[in-house]
Design a protein. Structure first.
Length: 326
């Protein structure tokens, strides 16, 4: 049964800045093709008010599987988990704090608790986690990693969230649904340059043009505040980017609403997953832990805290289908 406690982080809200981030990928590294959020350095900090951290008890089946696996943690009795510190709601360092909060750190801590181990988070730059996992510097990573076929050659994965892109519009917008090319015809859409989401819109525009329909006007902003103002003032109709950050901004400000979501690897689908060194025996206990969290409702509680219910999965899979090699 899930237990919750308040960390009591009494700090001001800067959600307006988060709203601006939604439409502009270049500011926080959203041009990485397979990741929703990835910053070059884990130095960002943010504040989002009082944070709820979800806890759980050890899962006997997961503990037993860990003992039978032969896996030895880097530090006895601890699970060393690589996490990022990028942007809410995924992973960030709240003002006045030293440890990251967000969905990814909380999932990592729940896995550790389920395995009967102490959670030992280590903030890692995006570029550093692959070698760190391979070399045994970290036991596990929970940092918004999308499963790819190439990564599966070196790492084992247990899925825990869908990788989704979201269309968001002003809360008072008459636009209610954006799910296909016809839905963006004639709209002004803010998108990050060089991102997966830009590729989607360019493909949809080609489809519209071929059908003799008006394409969408894509808008690019180097300045987050300008992008936010464009949406609020009506100079843009929608933003299109990683669903997680946009969903959090919508919850915090009430100024935007979800109009549609599509897979992050459109037209293909791949999940976000916890990753570990291939063949080390850890992934099976992790999968058991995740499925126990899903079954007992703890997993749903975490997603609700961060407004990511739309990204939930029904079952964790080991090494599910990933995005193909580019």
């Amino acid at each position: 049964m899930a237990l919750s406690k308040k960390q009591g982080i009494a700090i001001g809200v800067i959600a307006a800045a988060v709203v601006a981030v939604v439409g502009v990928g270049t500011a926080i590294g959203l041009n990485r093709p397979a990741e929703a959020v990835a910053a070059p350095e884990p130095s960002a900090s943010a504040s989002t008010g009082e944070i709820e951290w979800v806890h759980t008890d050890a899962v006997p089946d997961a503990v037993a599987a860990l003992k039978a696996s032969g896996f030895q943690p880097i530090e006895p009795g601890k699970l060393t988990v690589a996490v990022g510190a990028f942007v809410p709601p995924l992973s960030y360092v709240p003002d006045g704090e030293t440890l990251p909060a967000g969905t990814e750190p909380n999932i990592g801590s729940l896995i550790a608790e389920s395995l009967g181990l102490e959670y030992n988070p280590v903030v890692v730059a995006w570029a550093d986690w692959p070698l760190g996992i391979q070399s045994g510097k970290y036991d596990l990573i929970t940092s918004n990693v999308t499963v790819t076929e190439e990564r599966k050659e070196l790492y084992d994965f247990a899925s825990y969230r869908q990788d989704l892109l979201g269309f968001y519009v002003r809360a008072d917008s008459p636009i209610s649904s954006i799910e296909k090319a016809d839905d963006i015809s004639g709209l002004k859409v803010i998108v990050g340059s060089g991102t997966n989401q830009e590729k989607v819109l360019l493909n949809w525009n080609e489809e519209l043009t071929a059908a003799g329909k008006a394409p969408a006007e894509l808008q690019y902003y180097d300045d987050n505040a300008a992008a936010s103002l464009a949406l609020k003032s009506g100079r843009a109709d929608a933003t299109f980017g990683p669903n997680a950050t946009a969903a959090w901004a919508a919850k915090e400000t009430g100024e935007t609403k979800l109009a549609g979501i599509i897979p992050g690897g459109w037209p293909l689908h791949a999940d976000i997953a916890a990753g570990t060194k291939k063949g080390n025996g850890l992934i099976e206990p992790v999968q058991i832990a995740l499925n126990a969290l899903i079954e007992n409702g703890t997993y749903a509680e975490v997603l609700k805290v961060w407004n990511l219910e739309s990204e939930g999965i029904e079952i964790s899979q080991i090494n599910p289908p990933g995005l193909p090699k580019s």
